[in-house]
Design a protein around this ligand. Structure first.
Ligand SMILES: [Zn+2]
Ligand SMILES: [Zn+2]
Ligand SMILES: [Zn+2]
Length: 263
């Protein structure tokens, strides 16, 4: 069954964010609010069904405040790079609001890194003073349900690292990748709204360039596509002007209406 949902881009920047610390380039000094990019994350809200956060960036607290996020039924982790996990401690507020741990989904290898980075949340030691994030660990080993919302993990290559994208019915979020293999192409078939990594124009070892992302888009043929994880090389207005119809740069705060699958 299809259900209407809303996707909010909480952050659309690369790991350093835009502006970059200490950079005086045109994009980093831009007055266009779409050139200010926090670290990459989305929030998928399906009213009456589930509220899902993808990744907890170092900017998570600010993102949650700006988007007025008051509930998180599940967090899905794409991979364990710092720009995707370091805000995890701030789920303490949601533990408090919701009265329990937050269900967090990740591949087993990602869990190993999260456990090391946030050892204090897993070691069982009771500490005086401040609380710890309370995490309900769920291993991803195939499609799963968050409440009744169906999520399909999509295997992606991020350089040599296997990571995960996620498909929710008619839309898919594929950040931090520079290659899809045969299994992935099949899983994104028929996607109508595609969110895809596009770091910059210059080739990179772990991210798609704008041209490479356009190649992926032309193969998947979504109705509309949005690029994310952009560096300061891509000014919003100038880059948007050279993209084909139906393809846009995402920006922080952009909200999309999408259709997700519920069971
Ligand atoms: Zn990243
Ligand atoms: Zn710059
Ligand atoms: Zn990464």
């Amino acid at each position: 069954m299809h259900q209407a949902g809303r996707v909010t881009f909480l952050g659309t920047g690369t790991s350093s964010g835009v502006p970059m610390i200490g950079c005086a380039c045109e994009v980093c000094r831009s007055a266009d609010p779409r050139d200010t990019r926090l670290r990459p994350s989305i929030y998928v809200d399906v009213p009456g069904h589930a509220s899902i956060l993808v990744d907890t960036t170092p900017d998570f607290r600010q993102q949650a405040l700006t988007a007025r996020i008051a509930r998180i039924d599940a967090i899905l982790f794409t991979h364990s790079h710092a720009d995707h996990i370091l805000g995890l401690d701030d789920i303490r507020r949601f533990n408090w609001i919701q009265g329990g741990p937050v269900a967090c989904y990740a591949a087993p290898a990602t869990w190993e890194d999260i456990r090391r980075s946030f050892h204090y949340a897993f070691d069982g030691v009771t500490r005086q003073g401040g609380g710890i994030p309370r995490i309900d660990r769920r291993d991803i080993d195939g499609p799963f349900l968050v409440n009744d919302v169906r999520v399909v993990p999509v295997p992606l290559w991020h350089g040599d690292a296997p990571i995960l994208g996620f498909r929710f019915g008619s839309f898919a979020y594929l950040t931090d990748c520079n290659r899809l293999d045969d299994a992935a192409w099949g899983l994104v078939d028929g996607v109508e709204t595609l969110i895809i990594d596009a770091l910059r124009d210059k080739p990179h070892t772990t991210h798609f360039t704008v041209t490479e992302a356009l190649d992926v888009i032309s193969r998947i043929k979504p109705r509309r596509a949005y690029m994310t994880h952009m560096s300061h090389d891509l000014g919003h207005a100038a880059t948007s002007a050279r993209l084909p119809a139906g393809v846009e740069l995402a920006y922080d705060g952009l909200v999309l209406d999408v259709s997700v699958d519920v069971e």
